[in-house]
Design a protein. Structure first.
Lengths: 459, 482
């Protein structure tokens, strides 16, 4: 499989020519996204549902004065692009005026160079992707004979080119690899399971055998016991921390929440929301994430501080929300056609600064509490107070006297993410990238002083 | 399009695989018009094309897809699907079995619409949305209003190496409005006719007109403002009456997903999860009270889960899932049905588009109505809460421990609906909860809801499914104010 390029191919329409030919009084920006990926799912300890995908997506946002509309398609030929112009023009003519739309930006400034990218990952043959899955399966089976093993390996590539009628023409290439594995004994009463996952821009860094072993090691060997609901100190492994940070990003640092007044951090910008050990940045250029150099409006990405030594910083923005909020553009535009846009522009490449403890030390520093591997089905209960709910899953343990004492049955938490943040006590030094291909979070394990569990489940 | 399918079938069949099927979806169209706080939030017309080629060897599946509908790229992905299947089957220890089905030959299914939503001038729709959104702003505390219209058109052609073929044109539409009132950290939302974008149906634009968004909007805005000052929902164990929309989501999460056969067999274990239901329970398990009757009905007119044939060419069916509280059926595909030992698939293998492989999916999973009027149902409540319009939802990976929040609650005292309460949350274990259902209202309270955002699978698939539900009453439910 060759790496597809966002640049012009045979029979592709010239995007700049399309924008030059827009109806009088109209401007626009155009995205061409090409992707190729292989996803190998495995379940019941064998490879199943292998999926290979090649796709092209083009989207045109057209501004008739300050009336905006978007048309998307999968045909990047001249005829396909002309159809987009026609569709978007019809909608834009009747759109309400967006008074705060600042117009499409001219190219300025220098972009990043040398972003991390793996050609080998982008071109990995399907047979090699399948081998990665088999490595995980083999390692997990060796560590936990008789267990049922499931998970996924994904490798691929996405190129994005953005052009606009102010002369901007920028591209970025992104390689993506992620894998996860669940090792479980559904035949036990109650069933037990363990989990591991990792993402990287280089598939060679996934360490499939390590993932398989880690998941198997995290599976309980004795029946889990019920822990009563209540507030406990917790040690959250990386996947659990990563998911909480995603919700913090959406509820606290996405632009729509600030515009509409429901962001849980709206009244706390510039104030302390966490201990000084907590520094959170969104940095799409970092090698420790899944890098990309531009957002979907073609703005250069850059590091955006979100929490600096415990102090909350402003939200991230795109063209429209920077206009509405009167704040600098941070380069966090999503595709303009993205539906269900409650959050608007949001952090996409968060990195939580590591601490200096090992995961064992986090447990040792917790007198009585719970060790949580990951969360499942987390949803927002109350956005204004940052309250979310979800279940623990795949490796929950009781901690007593600074040691993992015994497996615990899974619990439901209902907690404010702000309370969790205030309660960060220690952060691990090792961190990992967590992603399923879209946004990523790079996070260490963390020890929190208190976390509220509201009910237990039967396993 | 039939020619393109033939290209795919020939290219894969030449490699000696056991079975091939191909689906072209072109165009797969989605139009969304949304007005947010007086401005256009999203005016989008998306048209994508894709072909998906699925092959089956003796041991494994392979699926490959492209958005380039020229013959050569189609041949390439067909061959890549074969390579994937061969690689997947390298170490297989069991052969892959599927049920035998009578194949459709040239079947055609199309949504009947009175007014094609794609022929309605967008300015007419925007006029409606703008008026509705404006009416939400009854007070300065309403910080945000949104009015949304969505329409999907899926044009599909299916063919397989065993001679099956059909085509379809399915249209889904929907609309809704939401007001968000904010005071400090107190955020209250009210939505009509449902949260998560509104209500949706397999219908024409007449469905949107009949929602009468403008007429409902100002009352909705007032209710959002009232909720800011409403008392928190009381905490305790009490009687809960669920409105039709919230009950539909309860069915979705705790019955629909729990009875997907691929989850039961562990195929979704790592991502969506499994189920507390095991194959041996089918036919004997008490899932709920005697009043609980659930069907999977892909034939009900207007449902988002209604079609002619599923994405394996199996005809749409109406299958009992729970009868008088006993689990009697599941949702199945050809592979999962064969694994269970069934003679035929339940016809619920669906893909979200031409670029995705079919998975076991919900169709229209409906809770059958009972025979009480709403007044009669409420008369049986001395003290309790009436909960409606979903706000949050979460359930464990075996579909047991759930917690739902609704936008609004109303106290019930001596059978009468009383004051509003805010941030209600109820929780429980699925089988205990369904066993506590002691009254189901009659068909006058039943509504077939459209749910356009059911996620499953890797790569991700978002399915549109339907749920008909009446109003129902549950005893001894844990409730609290969030």
């Amino acid at each position: 499989m060759n790496v597809p390029s966002a640049r012009r191919r045979h029979s592709e329409g010239e995007p700049l020519a399309v924008l030059r030919a827009l109806p009088p009084g109209s401007t626009g920006d155009l995205r061409i996204i090409r992707s190729a990926s292989t996803t190998i799912r495995f379940a019941n300890s064998r490879v199943r549902q292998p999926h290979l995908e090649r796709s092209t997506q083009v989207s045109l946002r057209l501004a008739d004065g300050r009336r905006l509309a978007t048309a998307t398609g999968s045909d990047a030929s001249p005829e396909g692009l002309r159809r987009l112009v026609a569709s978007a023009s019809v909608l834009a003519r009747v759109a309400p005026v967006e008074r705060k739309f600042p117009g499409f930006r001219s190219p300025s400034g220098r972009g990043p160079s040398g972003l991390a990218f793996s050609k080998r990952t982008a071109e990995l043959p399907p047979e090699d992707a399948t081998e990665l899955a088999e490595e995980i399966l083999g390692a997990a089976a060796a560590e936990a004979p008789g267990a049922r093993i499931a998970g996924v390996v994904h490798v691929g590539h996405e190129s994005l080119r953005v052009v606009n009628s102010s002369g901007l023409d920028r591209s970025t290439n992104r390689s993506v690899a992620f894998a996860n594995v669940l090792v479980e004994r559904p035949d036990q009463d109650p069933p037990v399971s363990g989990w591991s996952e990792a993402a990287h821009w280089d598939a060679a860094k996934l360490a499939p055998a390590k993932l398989g072993c880690e998941a198997a090691e995290r599976m309980a060997r004795t029946p889990p016991e019920t822990v009563p609901a209540g507030s406990y100190p917790v040690v959250l492994r990386g996947p659990a921390v990563g998911l909480l940070l995603l919700f913090l990003g959406n509820l606290g640092f996405a632009a729509n929440g600030e515009v509409e007044g429901w962001s849980c951090l709206r009244r706390r910008r510039g104030k302390r929301v966490a201990p000084a050990s907590v520094t959170l940045v969104d940095d799409p250029r970092s090698r420790d994430t899944l890098p990309r150099s531009i957002d979907y409006e073609g703005t250069w990405t850059r590091a955006t501080p979100l929490i600096t030594e415990g102090i909350a910083r402003p939200v991230v923005t795109d063209l429209l929300t920077s206009g509405r909020l009167g704040r600098p553009l941070t380069g966090h535009a999503l595709p303009p056609e993205a539906p269900w846009g409650d959050y608007g522009p949001m952090p996409t490449n968060m990195l939580l600064a590591p601490g200096d403890a090992s995961e064992e030390e986090l447990v040792r520093e917790t007198r009585r509490g719970l060790l949580v591997t990951r969360f499942h089905y987390v949803r927002v209960v109350d956005p204004g107070r940052g309250i979310i709910t979800g279940m623990t899953r795949d490796g929950t343990y009781a901690i007593e006297n600074g040691a993992v004492a015994r497996p615990a049955r899974n619990l439901r938490f209902t907690e404010s993410i702000l309370t969790a943040l205030e309660g960060v006590r220690l952060l691990a030094k090792e961190r990992r990238i967590y992603s399923e291909g879209g946004e990523s979070v790079t996070a260490p394990a963390a020890a929190l002083g208190s976390f509220r569990f509201t009910s237990a489940t039967l396993f | 399009m039939e020619d393109l399918i033939r290209v795919a079938l020939n290219a894969a069949s030449a490699s000696g695989v056991r079975q091939v099927d191909a689906r072209v979806v072109a165009p797969d169209r989605f139009v969304q018009l949304a007005v947010r706080d007086g401005a256009a939030s999203a005016l989008t017309d998306a048209r994508t094309d894709a072909i998906g080629v699925r092959v089956r060897t003796n041991d494994a599946w392979g699926f490959a897809t492209t958005s380039d509908l020229r013959p050569q790229p189609i041949r390439e992905v067909a061959q890549l699907a074969v390579r994937l299947a061969r690689a997947a089957g390298r170490h297989a220890q069991h052969s892959l079995r599927v049920t035998d089905e009578s194949a459709p030959r040239g079947g055609r299914y199309a949504t009947r619409v009175a007014k094609d939503p794609f022929s309605i001038p967008p300015e007419s729709i925007l006029e409606l949305l703008t008026a509705a959104e404006k009416s939400l702003h009854v007070d300065r505390t309403v910080k945000s209003g949104i009015a949304t219209f969505s329409a999907w058109e899926e044009n599909k052609w299916y063919g397989s190496s065993d001679g099956a073929s059909f085509s379809s044109r399915i249209i889904h539409v929907g609309a809704g409005v939401t007001a968000t009132a904010v005071r400090g950290a107190n955020v209250q939302r009210r939505s009509y006719p449902a949260s998560h974008g509104g209500d949706f149906s397999q219908a024409g634009y007449e469905f949107v007109e009949n929602l009468d968004l403008v007429a409902h909007a100002s009352e909705l805005g007032r209710e959002a403002v009232q909720l800011l000052d409403a008392p928190a929902c009381p905490t305790g164990t009490t009687t809960v009456v669920l409105g039709s929309e919230q009950l539909a989501l309860q069915v979705h999460e705790s019955v629909g997903h729990a009875t997907e056969l691929d989850r039961i067999f562990g195929s979704e274990a790592a991502f969506a999860g499994t189920s507390w239901v095991t194959p041996g329970m089918i036919g004997t398990l008490r899932f709920g009270s005697d009043l609980m009757n659930v069907v999977a009905d892909a034939t009900e007119p207007g449902g988002l889960g209604t079609f002619g044939w599923d994405d394996e060419g199996v005809p749409a069916q109406r299958t009992p899932i729970v009868r008088e509280g006993i689990l009697v059926g599941t949702l199945s595909s050809r592979e999962s049905a064969a694994e269970l030992g069934l003679a035929h698939s339940g016809g619920t293998a669906r893909a979200s588009g031409g670029d995705r492989a079919p998975l076991v999916r919900m169709t229209n999973i409906n809770l059958e109505p009972g025979d009480l009027s709403l007044d009669e149902l409420l008369e049986g409540v001395n003290e309790g809460v009436f909960l409606e319009t979903n706000r949050s939802w979460s359930i464990d990976d075996r579909r047991l421990n759930f917690q739902f929040g609704t936008e609004v609650g109303r106290r019930i005292v001596q059978g009468e609906l009383g004051e509003l309460v805010r941030n209600p949350i109820y929780s429980g274990m699925a089988p205990e909860f369904w066993s506590s259902m002691d009254a189901v209202a009659n068909a006058s309270t039943r509504h077939l809801w459209g749910l356009p955002n059911c996620g499953k699978g890797q790569p991700g698939q978002v399915a549109r499914v339907g749920h008909a539900a009446p109003v129902a009453r549950f005893r001894r439910v844990a409730v609290r104010g969030g």
